[in-house]
Design a protein around this ligand. Structure first.
Ligand SMILES: [Mg+2]
Length: 445
């Protein structure tokens, strides 16, 4: 009896005076971070460390709290850290576990492509924080896993020689990759007589901001066949039985896209990506309906509405969000789930550090119609070592193992990150200049 009393006394002491209070409910999951009381968690700071040549430029976000735990996120590759920092004053004092509430507060500051980098990077860091506070991996908070490993395809250095390009892609297959992607631009045939027509002086390199339909660049039948022969030579090296996607055609008109798509039919291409801008629903639909090769777009679309419009119209066969543009982890799961209703699979565009990569991995694991995730860094020898906590190498034989640790499941290897900082920038230096950035953020009256 005495023994039992003393057990109860010590158990009471361990649990503190408020045994039946709400703290206990928060402390119940075994892995809950006991230094954290999620309902009192508050954001106190946001700082950036920018990684360079990974091979992209990746601004890593660290959101600090009043309880010593922090969350990691990442502004989309190549975007300015300012997209995140300008939102610091809007999130200070918020409870980071209220992810959707904060996302809805800041989502007005995102836009297509890199403009969404700040909103999405912050959203990733909030998930990391909430996961750490409650002691669960992000995929679990999204509803659990459909898969333990996430299939990847890897960016592969181009060559004008299809034999060399084919060998490089073959090496990916031999390494274990089960999906391949190649670039297939009109630059391959620009010096072949009779392959292209265009107004003299028109730049053939994509013309930056001139949309495809307005360049006047068209492929001849011969040009389309030459490009298809290039893919045929690559197919000889990699085989016909592995998915092979194509991207970066150059800015050609709609009918040229169709001509090229038809010429490629016999080479069983897995998808043709971004043939014209994603905003052109009707034109994408015209291409899709004219060829027997799947079409794909999405890497520059912000928020689910743009995806829903394309899905409803069946303008493409595959949608391809970049989670660092599409609205972050939860919005991208919503995109996947919504387009699934229309019978459309979700591939995922990605080019960044292992932080953003893991945000993608959790989302991919938790979204049923996921197809394959991009990676641009498999040839960067130190890329996997930027973080701890993940199985190494992160991309292993063409797959990434879904991490089981809390939040995104990785922590930064500070020494490696410091080694690869963008020259002239600091490691999470203070950012007090962003504490008071304000505007009248009202969206309606
Ligand atoms: Mg692309």
């Amino acid at each position: 009896m005495n023994q039992r009393r003393s057990f109860l006394r010590s158990a009471g002491a361990m649990l503190g005076a408020s045994f039946w209070a709400d703290e206990v409910l928060e402390a119940l999951p075994q892995k809950t971070n006991t230094s954290s009381k999620p309902s009192d968690l508050k954001i106190t700071d946001m700082r950036i460390a920018t990684i360079a040549r990974a091979p992209m430029t990746d601004p890593i976000i660290r959101i600090d709290t009043n309880q010593g735990i922090y969350g990691l996120g990442e502004v989309r590759d190549g975007a300015s850290k300012t997209y995140a920092l300008m939102l610091k004053s809007r999130i200070i004092g918020e409870n980071p576990c209220n992810i959707d509430k904060i996302f809805r507060k800041i989502k007005q500051f995102g836009g297509p492509s890199r403009q969404a980098g700040g909103v999405c990077g912050i959203e990733m860091a909030l998930w990391d924080l909430a996961g750490k506070a409650y002691g669960v991996p992000v995929y679990q908070m999204l509803g659990g896993k459909f898969r333990d490993r996430v299939r990847c395809y890897a960016d592969t250095t181009e060559s004008d020689d299809p034999k060399i390009y084919g060998q490089r892609l073959r090496a990916r297959r031999d390494e274990g990759f089960t999906w391949l992607k190649m670039d297939l631009g009109i630059d391959l045939v620009k010096d072949k007589p009779g392959a292209l027509s265009y107004p003299a002086g028109t730049p053939l390199g994509g013309g930056a901001n001139t949309e495809h339909m307005f360049t006047g660049i068209e492929l001849t039948q011969k040009g389309a066949e030459l490009m298809a022969e290039f893919v045929g030579a690559v197919r000889e090296a990699v085989g016909m039985d592995i998915p092979l996607s194509c991207d970066h055609f150059g800015h050609i008109g709609v009918k040229s896209c169709i001509k090229l798509g038809r010429a490629l039919e016999k080479y069983n291409v897995a998808w043709l990506e971004d043939m014209v801008p994603w905003q052109r629903t009707d034109l994408l639909k015209e291409i899709t309906n004219s060829i027997a090769v799947p079409t794909c777009t999405g890497e520059d679309i912000y928020l689910k509405e743009g995806f829903v419009e394309l899905a409803r119209a069946h303008a493409v066969n595959i949608l391809h969000p970049d989670l660092a543009t599409s609205g972050g982890i939860l919005e991208t799961k919503k995109i996947g789930d919504t387009v699934q209703e229309y019978g459309i699979p979700m591939a995922m565009h990605f080019a960044g550090s292992p932080i953003s990569c893991m945000a993608n991995v959790h989302c991919a694991a938790a979204t049923e119609n996921f197809l394959v995730l991009e990676n641009h860094s498999v040839d960067v020898p130190w890329w996997s070592d930027l973080v701890e906590g993940a199985e190494k190498p992160i991309v292993n034989k063409g797959f990434i193992r879904v991490p089981e640790g809390p939040g995104l499941g990785v922590t930064l290897n500070e020494e490696m990150v410091k080694k690869h900082l963008m020259p002239g920038t600091g490691f999470f230096d203070p950012t007090p200049e962003w504490d008071k950035e304000r505007s009248h953020d009202r969206l309606w009256s």
